[in-house]
Design a protein. Structure first.
Ligand code: G4P
Length: 528
């Protein structure tokens, strides 16, 4: 086997997704603890934007700054090099999360057993399904009085449109939570709430569920209940099918309590066994295999340095194929420039370090003085562009007003760079003289205003406008397309790639336009 293939086989790259508060941060931290990447809980800087008041946006920006290191967290576990990509849970940063999902090969979805499937869970899972990303589910907070596990599984299947297969089964819940039974390893793991900081590794082999050992461990009632439920599970669910999981149709499910360190090891052990290694990826020209000799990669995230004296940024690049080397020239496809990187960085837990080389499934941080936009591709010369960084329609639109005509240039530059970073989407009309900024949350407008002023010296205002949705439009019928663009010119704008979008303010509005122009296709995302 080639060295390249060996390195590929070692790597796993995944994201943890959840509705805020389900336990994503806690689980991340516990995984790092198991991986030996951190020594005690509490080390992971909390990306707690969700707990901050809307007005306190500077705090969020500070935290975004701090979270540079935690955007990618690498650790080693059982001969694997695992990268967790952090995904902000807060709704206002959902775009960030969607884009991060283009760089992973699988995800772990955390669900709070009390709340079940929540709003952000639905949205994030729809992205996973669209991209056929394999999903493992961790049902968290089993130490709380939650929903019945069978009901939870049914809810997940119905609401998230994915089949499930429990691989562990909880014994009781909340005050009666006694542990989990691992359905494949046939092991019983007993719960103790005191295990907060250490790794619980005491399990009991129970080959035969009818054994009296079960009564001894759990008591009569719980033992009987477990037997009945396991029988039901084995009767209802098909055996776990790896292919279905890998193609995104079947989610293995684990139960546990992240804060109590419980159920994590089973999750992690199964993850390293079944989660896909770095996968082939689509470009506009062809599918690129990870074991191709030549390096390719793409930028999925850009972090601004908030210190105005050091205006450099870090572009996070996922290596997709071949070997990346420090100080070697690579082709930046969009600008057709050759770039080399003197200090590419790798991320292990909360530490950054210089790397000489990187392999498919690695994420490298590239210091950038403004060359990169999200979605940019790097290659050894071949002209191709990685697909799959779609934009979704923003939910809030406002018109950008320049408050200081002397600083027009700075405003243009600032807003362009912030859009490149993915802070917001920009749609323009009248050759750019009208600018509509679209976001998924009010918070971003404050952030943009603040950053334009402090980083670019440009002051602006945002004026409310009535649009609520952007649909990218295409048509095979040029006449119809032109007619629409002419007759509804006030609703047509152009995205940063100069693609036309139709801006609507109600479902009724877009529906009636769609009826009037049946040969124009209205796309939900910027890629189709
Ligand atoms: P998030 O990143 O998904 O937003 O969630 P996070 O891990 O921050 O967890 C949200 C809250 O749920 C935290 O409590 C955390 O301690 C708690 N939690 C996580 N796992 C479990 C669990 O297994 N059982 C129980 N009972 N609670 C759990 P908090 O009070 O909001 O924050 P903190 O003060 O503990 O930081």
């Amino acid at each position: 086997m080639s060295n390249l293939q060996i390195e590929i086989n070692k790597r796993r790259i995944f994201g943890i997704i959840s509705h805020p508060d389900a336990g994503k941060t806690t689980l991340t931290e516990k995984l790092l603890l198991f991986g030996g990447a951190i020594q005690k809980a509490g080390t992971v800087k909390r990306n707690k934007a969700e707990k901050t008041a809307t007005s306190d946006f500077m705090e969020i920006e500070k935290q975004r700054g701090i979270s540079v290191a935690t955007s990618v967290m690498g650790f080693n576990y059982k001969d694997r090099k695992i990268n967790i990509l952090d995904t902000p849970g807060h709704k206002d940063f959902a775009e960030d999360t969607y884009r991060t999902l283009t760089a992973v090969d699988s995800v772990i979805l955390v669900i709070d057993c009390v709340k079940g499937v929540e709003e952000q869970t639905r949205k994030l899972m729809s992205v996973c399904r669209m991209r056929h990303i394999p999903v493992m589910v961790f049902i968290n907070k089993m130490d709380r009085e939650g929903k019945d596990p069978f009901d939870l599984l049914e809810e997940i299947e119905k609401e998230l449109n994915i089949s499930t297969r429990p691989l562990s089964w909880p014994i009781g819940i909340g005050s009666t939570f006694a542990g989990v039974y691992h359905l494949y390893k046939k092991q019983l793991k007993l719960f103790s709430a005191e295990n907060k900081m250490n790794i619980a590794d005491d399990f009991i082999e129970v080959e035969d569920l009818s054994s009296i050992e079960l009564e001894r461990q759990l008591g009569d009632k719980a033992a009987r209940k477990l037997r009945d439920e396991v029988e039901l599970v084995e009767g209802v669910y098909e055996p776990f099918d790896l292919t279905l999981y890998r193609s995104g149709y079947l989610a293995p499910v684990f139960f546990g309590s992240a804060i109590n360190n419980f159920g994590i090891e089973e999750l992690l052990d199964t993850f390293v066994e079944i989660a896909p290694e770095p996968q082939a990826r689509e470009t506009d020209k062809r599918t690129v295999q990870p074991n191709e000799e030549k390096f390719t990669g793409f930028v999925f995230k850009i972090h601004a340095n908030l210190d105005p004296n050091h205006r450099d940024r870090i572009a996070f690049c996922r290596v997709c194929s071949g070997k990346f080397e420090r100080n070697k020239f690579y082709q930046h496809i969009r600008s057709n420039k050759k770039l080399k990187f003197a200090s590419p960085t790798s991320f292990m837990a909360d530490a950054k370090s210089l790397v000489e080389e990187a392999w498919p499934g690695d994420v490298i941080g590239l210091y950038d003085a403004g060359n990169f936009k999200i979605g940019d591709t790097l290659t050894e010369g071949e002209t191709l562009k990685y697909l799959g960084i779609p934009s979704f329609s923003p939910e809030i639109f406002k018109e950008l007003e320049n408050m200081d005509p002397m600083k027009t240039k700075q405003l243009e530059k600032g807003i362009t760079q912030l859009v490149d970073e993915g802070v917001a989407q920009l749609f323009t009309q009248n050759l750019g003289s009208r600018k509509f900024v679209g976001t998924v949350g009010e918070l971003q407008f404050e952030v943009i205003k603040f950053r334009l002023l402090h980083e670019y010296g440009a002051s602006c205002n945002f004026r409310a406008i009535s649009f609520t949705k952007a649909s990218w439009i295409t048509s095979n019928d040029q006449n119809q397309m032109e007619k629409l663009m002419r007759s509804q010119a006030n609703r047509i704008a152009f995205d940063k790639e100069n693609r036309p979008v139709y801006l609507s303010n109600s479902k009724w509005d877009i529906d009636s336009t769609m009826r009037e122009y049946p040969d124009v296709v209205f796309h939900e995302t910027s890629e189709w």
